[in-house]
Write a protein that binds this ligand. Structure first.
Ligand code: ATR
Length: 277
C-alpha cells in the first residue's frame, strides 16, 4: 500500500477505461508521487464509451490535472480535447491528457513504451522488424520503428487490415503464416491479443519463426510470460516482456502529468511486485 497524503490541494489524476479495475497505473503513479512527496493522487474511473464525453467535461470542470487513457477510449477521446501533441496526431491515438491553462492536451507515450526498451538492446536503424498485428498498439509500434529508420513489415491474421496500415506507414504487409519472412526479421513485436485472456495458451506465430539472432518484444503484460515469450526464450532469442512497455509509457506519462522526472526504480519495483500478485 502506498502512503500518500491526500489533501484539498492534491492534484487529481485518473485512469479512465472500460474495464479499468485491473489497471496497475494507480499503483505505479501513486508510488512515484509518494517517493517524491508530490501533492498528487491517481484513482481509477470506469467510463463506458457512451459516457466519455460527459466524463471529459466533468474532468475539466472539476479542475483535475491528468488522465491516463486506456481501452476503448484512445481514439474516441481525440475530438473531445482542446489540443493534440504532434506525435499523438501522427499515431492517431491518445493515452495521456494534461489539463493546464484551462486546456486539455492529448499526448501519446505508448510509442516510448516500445522504443525505450528496444533501444536499450539495439540500435533500430536499418533493422528488419516483424510487427505482428494491425490494431491500435501496432500504430504506436510503427511510429517508434519509422522514427528510428527501421524497416517494418506488418504481419496480421487479416491481410486487408495489414495492407491498409502498410499503405499509411509506407511499409510491407503479409500474414502470420509467412514463417520464412518472419524468421528473417531481427526484431519481432507482438501487438496482437494472442497470448492473453481466452487465447492464453496460444502464440500468434509458429515457433519455427524464432531464433537466437532475434529480439522478441511481447506487449502483453498479463500473463508475465506468454507462450510466445517462453518459446522465444527456449530458442535463444532475447526477450522484452510487456511489463517493460507498461512501465516506460507510465514513466513518460508521470513526467507529463507532474512536470517532474519520475523515480524509475521505485515505480519498477512496485510494478514487479504488483504484477506477480
Ligand atoms: P489493440 O488496439 O490493443 O492493438 P485491436 O485493435 O483489437 O487491439 O487489435 C487486435 C489485434 O490482434 C489485431 O491485429 C487482430 O487481428 P485481425 O486484424 O485479423 O482481427 C489480432 N488478433 C486477435 N485475435 C487473433 C487471433 N485469434 N489470431 C490472430 N490474430 C488475432
Amino acid at each position: 500500500m502506498t502512503d500518500i497524503d491526500v489533501t484539498a490541494r492534491s492534484s487529481v489524476c485518473l485512469i479512465i477505461g472500460d474495464p479499468v479495475t485491473h489497471s496497475l497505473s494507480p499503483t505505479i503513479h501513486n508510488a512515484g508521487y509518494s517517493a517524491l512527496g508530490l501533492p498528487f493522487v491517481m484513482a481509477g474511473a470506469h467510463v463506458r464509451a457512451e459516457s466519455l464525453s460527459a466524463a471529459i467535461a466533468g474532468f475539466k470542470a472539476l479542475g483535475f490535472r491528468g488522465l491516463a487513457v486506456t481501452m476503448p477510449h484512445k481514439v474516441s477521446i481525440i475530438p473531445l480535447l482542446d489540443e493534440l501533441d504532434s506525435t499523438a496526431k501522427e499515431i492517431g491515438a491518445v493515452n495521456t491528457v494534461v489539463h493546464a491553462d484551462a486546456k486539455l492536451t492529448g499526448y501519446n507515450t505508448d510509442w516510448l513504451g516500445i522504443l525505450n526498451p528496444l533501444e536499450r538492446l539495439s540500435d533500430l536503424k536499418g533493422r528488419r522488424v516483424a510487427l505482428l498485428g494491425a490494431g491500435g498498439a501496432a500504430q504506436a509500434a510503427l511510429y517508434a520503428c519509422t522514427s528510428r529508420g527501421a524497416h517494418a513489415t506488418i504481419f496480421n491474421r487479416s491481410l486487408d487490415k495489414a495492407q491498409a496500415l502498410a499503405t499509411r506507414w509506407q511499409c510491407a504487409a503479409s500474414t502470420l503464416d509467412a514463417i520464412e519472412e518472419i524468421a528473417s526479421c531481427e526484431i519481432l513485436i507482438n501487438t496482437t491479443s494472442v497470448g492473453m485472456a481466452e487465447l492464453i495458451s496460444e502464440s500468434p506465430i509458429s515457433s519455427e519463426c524464432l531464433n537466437s539472432n532475434q529480439i522478441v518484444f511481447e506487449t502483453i503484460y498479463a500473463p508475465r510470460s506468454t507462450r510466445l515469450v517462453c518459446e522465444a526464450e527456449a530458442r535463444g532469442a532475447r526477450v522484452i516482456r510487456g511489463i517493460e512497455m507498461f512501465l516506460e509509457q507510465g514513466l513518460a506519462q508521470f513526467q507529463l502529468h507532474t512536470g517532474v522526472k519520475p523515480p524509475d526504480a521505485v515505480m519498477r519495483k512496485v510494478l514487479e511486485v504488483a504484477s506477480k500478485a
